[in-house]
Design a protein around this ligand. Structure first.
Ligand code: ZN
Ligand code: ZN
Length: 275
């Protein structure tokens, strides 16, 4: 198995520590491939995105580390990109090897307010309120946003596909058996399949204590398997201690449902490697 993660944050965005500290930790944990994916800059005030004026430093630092550690680990430069009306397309930015496309929030058409999907319980309740507490309307809005992103700004990897269940412990907001929910996910998987996007298996929600299983849920991974959609195991770590958090358990879960490989960047090409 080639040990890797392509979804990681640092002090450049909402993570901790310098980029090099992550590489040192990765070497300690026997990683062979490591990708940085800071939150790409946005044109609004934000404390969790890389600042426009720091982006070049972020990219050049990753390249210096790539060179410095080239005999020990492969390093790639990525961005986790938010998709919303008016967002920036970072796919052709010089030095960027890959993008992870994410929908962390929707925007209220009337007020322009942010409606967080990836927020606290209170923020999620507020988002739902804007949909008149109609969870089905929220499912449709969130997943149609993702489909829009997949078609208009196809990323290499789709981030935490069902992060809408982040605050759904004990089915507080919905049941995953819900037929509208399943329909929306299946429609989205069809577009993922058509656009050749990789679905990440993200353990970041577990390391931060929100969920008990990786995103996306097991039944969605089974559907990926049946549709031949490639997956990639990622830690979405914001701290060097978590770069392989829950990896052993996630690999066991994947193998138990017959997924034995992942698609990663390896020697500058996308390739399928064993888990
Ligand atoms: Zn994210
Ligand atoms: Zn992330």
């Amino acid at each position: 198995m080639i040990k890797s993660t392509f979804h990681t944050h640092s002090r450049f965005d909402d993570g901790y520590e310098e980029l090099e500290v992550y590489i040192t930790a990765a070497l300690d944990k026997n990683f062979q491939v490591y990708g940085f994916s800071g939150h790409a800059p946005v044109n609004f005030e934000s404390i969790w995105h890389i600042k426009h004026e720091h982006l070049d430093e972020y990219i050049s630092t990753t390249k210096q580390l790539k060179e410095k550690y080239k005999d020990r680990i492969e390093i790639y430069t990525g961005l986790e990109t938010d998709y919303f009306d008016g967002c920036i397309d970072w796919r052709d930015k010089r030095g960027i090897d890959y993008t992870i496309g994410a929908v962390h929030f929707l925007i209220d058409e009337n007020t322009g307010n942010f409606l967080l999907i990836d927020g606290t319980v209170e923020e999620f309740e507020n988002t739902l309120k804007r949909f008149s507490n109609d969870i089905h309307a929220l499912f449709r809005a969130y997943f149609s946003r993702i489909r829009d992103m997949l078609m208009k700004m196809t990323p290499n990897i789709i981030a935490h596909l069902d992060i809408i269940r982040k605050n759904n412990a004990n089915n507080a907001f919905f049941n995953e058996e819900d037929s509208i929910y399943r329909e929306e996910i299946m429609k989205t998987l069809e577009i993922i399949s058509l656009t050749n996007t990789i679905v990440e298996v993200n353990t970041g929600g577990i390391s931060r204590g929100y969920v008990k299983t990786p995103y996306p849920s097991k039944w969605i991974l089974e559907a990926c398997r049946d549709m031949n959609i490639p997956i990639m195991l990622n830690s979405d770590s914001h701290h060097p201690d978590n770069i392989d958090f829950y990896f052993d358990e996630a690999i066991e879960l994947l193998k138990s449902i017959g997924i034995n490989k992942q698609r990663i960047l390896c020697r500058n090409e996308w390739c399928d490697v064993g888990l």
